[in-house]
Design a protein around this ligand. Sequence first.
Ligand SMILES: [Zn+2]
Length: 419
Amino acid sequence: MRLACNVEVLNRMLPTMNIKNKSKAAHTQLSIGKKPGSEDGNLFLMMCTAKDRNGAKFMIKDNIEQVFARFISEGKATIRVKEPPQDITISKADSLQLKNFLSVLKIGAQGKSLDNVTLSRLAPASSKNVEKPKTRLIINSRKEYPLTTNFPSRLEFLQVSQCRLKKVDSRILKLYQLTELNLSDNVLEILPEEFSNVPNLSSLTLAQNNLKAISPKFCMQSTLQNNLRFLDIGNNQLEILPLQICELNCLVTLKIDNNQLKCLPPTIGRLKCLKFFSATGNQIETLPASMTQLALETIDLYGNPFQQDIQNNLPDRFPDITLMECCARSIRKHRVRYTEEDLHTHLCRYLDSARLCWCGGYCFRCSVNFTTNLSLSRIAHTVSAVDQLGRTEVPMMSFLCSPKCLTRFQKNPYAYWKK
Ligand SMILES: [Zn+2]
């Protein structure tokens, strides 16, 4: 029974003697086993590091005061040993292996039989097992791509470029420590929908591939929704972005340059953390109204065919609101979760077409639209011109959700209002 992880040891007596604990987390091999050649059958927990390959040993039976395992799913736990009075703090472990390891430790501590478990020989660790694991890897040609060997399991940063990858290698999606993944300059056509085994992924670069679509499922992964801060899908062949991309709650940087996008998702204003946005070289003619809800650092929309002349013909009467419209509005308003299995496809498409009224409310087809000019400096600190003439004003397609909002707009079309 072995576990590769980082360990920090804290002596509980030191603070009482007013001494600061100076230990640092070190890469460690933890084992549970019996001393070689011993007859008494006592179980020990052994802790080997690069500095101490022979390892420190702790008696297990009746000597484990407590195991703190609240963050076990993040690969963290603390073992409180009675004698010596030390806390062994484990981090960066594989959560499944950690779970197994701790359950064996608990059984051993109670003195119960462990006949069914393969225990380790408590021999000094080999240097391979305690040396600092490789956390960064850059592969820039097919020659370097590991076909017969595995990727180092503790990678935090991985770049694979110019390898003509058609799809994402499933081995990459099992690198549970990965925080940055760069797969730019390949020939990827589809994206995997399963990122649950890379729970800490915060940066994903997929620029210069052959992506034709981003699936809604890709954006609905809770691991990505809660962690992804950087997404670069520039230089692909995307014609539309799914509405669900606006559910990637933590996105700070979004780059979608040089695709064939005709519009941006109408609910883009929901990306509350977004600070850096670029969509140069697309086919965008107008921006969605919810852009006004963003507070960006930089925005770059150079090289899009934005409309020049704006003419609005607002109707006098607001269209009648249907039952479907009512339901859809409240599904969006209350963020009711649904999948394609719960609802008919055409209802899903209807829900995908959500628009934001200037009042902040959602509306769908029962709405009135109009175009105004938006000065980009209203939504970003640093603004790049959208054409060679240096323009920084772009047309924005806005929607009105009710007769009340229509009257309000007709009275003063230059006022911006939000809830
Ligand atoms: Zn409204």
